[in-house]
Structures are given as C-alpha cells and as structure tokens.
Write a new protein. Structure first.
Length: 385
C-alpha cells in the first residue's frame, strides 16, 4: 500500500486522538494532511505540531489567531467559518476523510467530501442515522467507499468481506450493556452524571458514553448498520456482551456465524478503515486467550432500556423518523449532562418527540435538517416542561 493521505474532522476528540496515534504508529503508510478542532485549540495545535498537516480548520477568526500563535510551523491553509469544514473535507491532497465529529456537525462535510470523490472513514454514526439513504446513494453515485470506524460495523464489514449478501441471514451487534446493564429499574431515576459517564469497557466522548448508558448508542448503530450493509432492520439483532471482545457477528443462511475479535481499543477499527484492504503490522496488542477467562452473552433488557425498541420503530417507519429520534436524543443528552433532567427523561423525551413529529416524510438533506430542527425545538420544550 502506498501512503494514504487523510483529513480528520474532529482531530481533538476521542476518535480523532486515537486516529492521530495510529498515524504516528504507521507513519509512511498513513499521513494526516488535514485536521479540524472546535473548542480545544491547544490540543489541535499539539497534534498539528506533531503530524504537520497542510490544512487545518477551526470555527472562527479568533480561534485561527490562537491556533497560529501555538503552531511551530506554517500550514498551507487554515479554514474558518461555516464553510471551513467543507473546504477541509474537499482538500485536494486528501484521499480519504475520517469523519469523527460528534452529532450532526459532520453531515454537510461528508456530502462535500463525497461530491469531491473522497473515500470516507465514518465514525459519526449520526450522519447515517439522519441521512443514511442519501449518503449511501451519493457514495455509490461518485464511486466512493464508506469504511466503517464504529467497532461493531467495522467488525461486520470484516466478516462480510468477499461474501454474497444473499448468503447473510442476520447481523448481530454486540453491546457492552453500559454501566447500568444489571441495575434494577427503580434505581434509574437517581442515576448521576458521573455514574452514567463511567463506561465499563470503552473510553469515549461524553455524548456517546451517555448513549451507551441509555442503549441509544446501540439503537443508532442498528440504523447505521441498516444503511451501511443494506440489510433490512428486521434482520439486525442485538446481544449483550459485557467484555467487549467480540465486536459483532454475521450469521449466514447455513447457520454459521463469523465474529471479529480484538481488545476494546478504537485503534483497531480506525487502523483497519485507514489502511483497508491491507492489514499492517503495528503495535496493537493481540488477545491473550488464556487470560480472557470467559465471554458472556445475554438478552438485552428491552423493558428497562426502551431505546432499542424506539430505534427499531423509527427505522421501520423510515422518512424523517430516525432524524427526529437522533435530534431529540442529542438535546436530551445535553440536558442530562447539564444536570437539568433525570436520566429516564432522556428516553421519555425521545418518545414524546417521536409521537409529535416522527411521521414527517424524509426527502432531501434540507428537508431532513428541517425535521431535525423541529425535533430539537420540541425536545427542548419537553425537557423544560
Ligand atoms: P468527542 O466528544 O470526544 O469528540 C468530538 C469531536 O468533534 C472533537 O474533535 C470536537 O472538537 C468536535 N466537535 C464537537 N462539536 C463540533 C461542532 N459543532 N463542529 C465541529 N466540530 C465539533 O467524541 P468521540 O470522538 O467520542 O465521538 C465522535 C463520533 O464518533 C461520534 O459520532 C461517536 O458516536 C462516534 N464514535 C465514537 C467512538 C469512541 O470510541 N469515542 C466509538 C464509535 C463511534 P473540540 O474537542 O475541539 O471541541
Ligand atoms: Mg460502536
């Protein structure tokens, strides 16, 4: 494999940081040619000084001044403003764009990158939940690849490689179950921010960590898988696997199951997405089988965690329903993190908003974003009521 030139949108986040580590470990194979940051200009400057990308993007002119003062080299370009991420995503020196912005901020840059013919390494599941059909069709149209970074989807992608889709019976997403996997239902009301942010197996950004605690993360991932692999939602199942070693599975029509396993470290799926179709020897630790002791699997508690059923319903309904579910969840999670609502209010708000505007048709990106905006307004009103 020759060297692959990557732009990272969200270089300062949990995924972005792991991607920068991968680039350092695989220098000569993976080169970071572009990076964006949002609030954390210190960290963006530190990564840029280490990996020396040609192009950078920050939200505004003030952030640009702060960034330039902290850089020890002169980048070719620093983009700012609302279109800055799109300019970075279409940077001519890039082969691939890693989208690792939390929430829907990665939507427009993803479309811009596809329009410019770039392959996408996709971490931001919200992009596919909101506009999966449009994104996949844009990718097909431009002959671009969407390589999944989310560990479950990266696992399924590996298990499916070279297989005929008609031979697939089910996709089985594994879920750690989060910190409250075995908590009694009546303790959920009193869950604190700190407890919800203590994920048992993964270290991630705050939004996805709360999503893991409510199980909305797995709900969003069901919808993400539906679009990535073009499999009907009825054939996508979830199983709880607390050790997070089996990252997901594919069951074939003959009953055989293929699974992908590794330690729970996002550098595994990130590296595979960035170097695909090659496998490159690096420094990632192999599994020590004798020390694993056990791998457990159990049924999700659907009654205690309504997020899974809500996501399935939204996917079945189609149109703008998944975008509405996602927007309401984003607002509810932010309200919970700000200490303004109790933990179970997250799924109660999503349920209420889906009832109010979950029947909107889909349409183009602007129509989906209008439903997203409406759902945000309703969710905020619901949270403050
Ligand atoms: P983080 O919160 O750690 O990082 C988010 C990144 O997005 C940061 O670089 C942040 O910049 C940037 N950002 C935030 N808001 C905006 C905005 N409005 N415009 C532009 N940039 C913005 O999130 P994670 O890395 O955990 O997650 C990123 C995505 O990857 C999510 O969609 C998540 O679901 C998905 N994912 C994450 C996994 C993980 O292990 N973390 C696993 C699988 C999927 P700054 O920090 O400078 O403000
Ligand atoms: Mg995941």
């Amino acid at each position: 494999m020759s060297c692959r030139n990557i732009v990272v949108l969200g270089a300062t986040g949990s995924i972005g940081q792991s991607a920068c580590r991968v680039a350092r470990e695989l220098s000569g194979r993976v080169r970071m040619v572009g990076m964006s940051g949002f609030r954390n200009i210190d960290r963006l400057a530190a990564e840029a000084n280490s990996l020396r990308p040609d192009a950078l993007a920050v939200p505004d002119a003030a952030a640009e001044v702060e960034l330039r003062a902290k850089l020890d080299y002169k980048p070719v370009a620093v983009f700012t403003g609302p279109g800055g991420l799109e300019q970075l995503a279409t940077w001519e020196g890039a082969d691939m764009v890693l989208v690792a912005i939390v929430g829907t901020g990665g939507l427009r840059p993803t479309f811009a990158a596809l329009e410019a013919g770039k392959d996408i390494a996709l971490a931001s599941k919200e992009v596919l939940v909101v506009a999966g059909e449009l994104v996949m069709s844009a990718a097909r149209h431009r002959g671009c690849r969407i390589l999944p970074v989310d560990s479950e989807h990266n696992a399924i992608f590996q298990c499916l490689e070279g297989r005929d889709p008609v031979q697939v019976r089910r996709l089985i997403l594994t879920a750690s179950g989060g910190p409250f996997r075995s908590w009694p239902e009546d303790k959920m009301r009193a869950v604190t921010r700190q407890e919800a942010l203590r994920h048992p197996t993964w270290r991630m950004g705050e939004k996805i960590t709360i999503d893991s605690a409510t199980m909305f993360n797995k709900g969003l991932e069901m919808i993400e898988a539906r679009w990535l692999f073009d499999v009907d939602i009825a054939r996508i199942d979830v199983v709880i696997h607390p050790q997070s070693i089996v990252h997901s599975m594919v069951e074939f029509v003959d009953g055989s199951v293929l699974a992908q396993m590794s330690h729970s470290d996002m550098r595994f799926p990130i590296q595979y997405a960035l170097t695909w179709p090659d496998r490159i020897a690096g420094s990632l630790p192999p599994l020590e089988w004798a020390r694993l002791a056990r791998l457990d699997f159990e049924e999700p508690r659907y009654d205690v965690f309504p997020a899974l059923a809500l996501a399935r319903q939204a996917a079945e309904r189609g149109g703008a329903a998944p975008a509405v579910l996602n927007a309401a969840n984003e607002v509810a999670v932010a309200e919970f993190l700000a200490g303004r609502i109790a933990f179970p209010r997250i799924w109660q708000i999503v349920t209420a908003v889906l009832e109010k505007c979950g029947h909107r048709p889909g349409g183009d990106l602007e129509a989906l974003l209008a439903s997203d905006l409406e759902a945000r307004g309703l969710a905020l009103a619901e949270a403050r009521s």
